[in-house]
Design a protein around this ligand. Structure first.
Ligand code: NAP
Length: 318
């Protein structure tokens, strides 16, 4: 009988790509889907589609029953208050871990955290991701667990980085950070291949692992702009967005979110994240544990995401 992988967050950007990669690699998947989100599944529901949420312990028991591994991709990435994030990113992790530990054969457990967890003081999101990791470490002593810390992930279906790249495609490069600030990026397929490597590894040391693309020391905003400019063979107009302006936009957005009742992405906390000077991750421990290495440069990822440029003859990805 094929071993089953339980996956959450399957209607989201990363979860959808992950399910596709798992199926292509021959794994059977069992999916947790909120009933209102079923139309966002990338393929029709099957008998292995569990309707429910992270707030529903019975659905979580059904999800993890007899599975080989749990891959937890569900997360709250937008919100106003700490509770908006913690209900999913902390309490959700705790409930899912509890369900996993109730199994007679405890499944392996991989949770998508975030590089933001390294700086929990910056935002409610960052703090909730760090507390989610803590919850996993405390509750997960009886099982093999891994929390992956990706930086900003981009690729087909992403909604967060896409507008930035779309502006660049129109010739305008918003510069969101200081000249010396550096950030790592990750093309979504490198993230899914890392998760497949973890599954294939059959076991690795429990803990928190950073993950980034092929650029070891990350990028400055100027370097991102320059690479896009070369890829598009055109000059881009740099538009620096300074902190007071971003803070003002975030303040307006918070008011809008309160009045209109939507979950905001740009908040004062998100501005502190964006303006943070060091978002460079390190693949060292993950590569040592799994033998996985990233294959996508920023140029490769942007070609695949935006259809920019042409693959050059030196592209050696297999
Ligand atoms: N994208 C990035 O750049 C990035 C970077 C670092 C870390 N991460 C982490 O990676 C994970 C996935 O990110 P993403 O970009 O794919 O996010 P996304 O597109 O917003 O997807 C979030 C997923 O979580 C599900 N979800 C939210 N609350 C839930 C609940 N209470 N019960 C069940 N499912 C729930 C959503 O389901 P519905 O469709 O029903 O809302 C959706 O499937 C998150 O944990 C995020 O923190 C993302």
């Amino acid at each position: 009988m094929p071993r089953i992988i339980a996956v959450t967050g399957v209607t989201g950007f990363i979860g959808r790509m992950l399910v596709r990669s798992l199926r292509s690699a021959g794994w059977s998947v069992r999916l947790l889907v909120r009933p209102d989100s079923i139309a966002r599944l990338s393929s029709p529901p099957t008998s292995e589609t569990i309707l429910g949420s992270l707030e529903d312990p019975i659905a979580l028991e059904q999800l993890v029953n007899g599975v080989y591994a749990v891959i937890h991709c569900a997360g709250a990435v937008r919100g106003r208050t700490f509770e908006d994030f913690s209900q999913v990113n902390v309490e959700g992790v705790k409930r899912l871990v509890r369900a996993a530990l109730n199994q007679s054969n405890t499944p392996r457990f991989l949770s998508l955290s975030s590089l933001a967890a390294r700086e929990p003081q910056l935002s409610h999101y960052a703090s909730s991701k760090q507390q989610g990791e803590q919850a996993l470490a405390e509750a997960g002593g009886g099982m093999e667990w891994v929390a992956l810390r990706p930086p900003a992930v981009y690729g087909p279906g992403d909604r967060e980085m896409l507008p930035l790249f779309q502006w660049m495609g129109r010739g305008i490069a918003p510069i969101l950070g200081e000249p010396l600030a550096r950030l790592s990026l990750l093309y979504v397929e490198d993230l899914t291949t890392a998760i497949l490597s973890w599954l294939d590894s059959g076991g690795c040391k429990s803990g928190v692992y950073e993950i980034t693309d092929t650029q070891d020391n990350g990028y400055s905003w100027e370097e991102v702009t320059e690479r896009v400019s070369v890829l598009l063979s055109r000059r881009l107009i740099r538009v620096p967005l300074n902190e007071p302006l971003l803070r003002a936009l975030a303040g307006l957005n918070l008011v809008g979110a309160r009045v209109l009742g939507y979950a905001p992405m740009l908040t004062p906390g998100k501005v502190r994240e964006i303006r943070h000077a060091d978002w460079v991750g390190d693949n060292g421990e993950l590569t040592a544990a799994l033998g996985w290495t990233p294959t996508y440069s920023l140029e490769d990822g942007l070609r695949a995401t935006m259809g920019w440029g042409r693959p050059d003859s030196t592209d050696s990805r297999g």
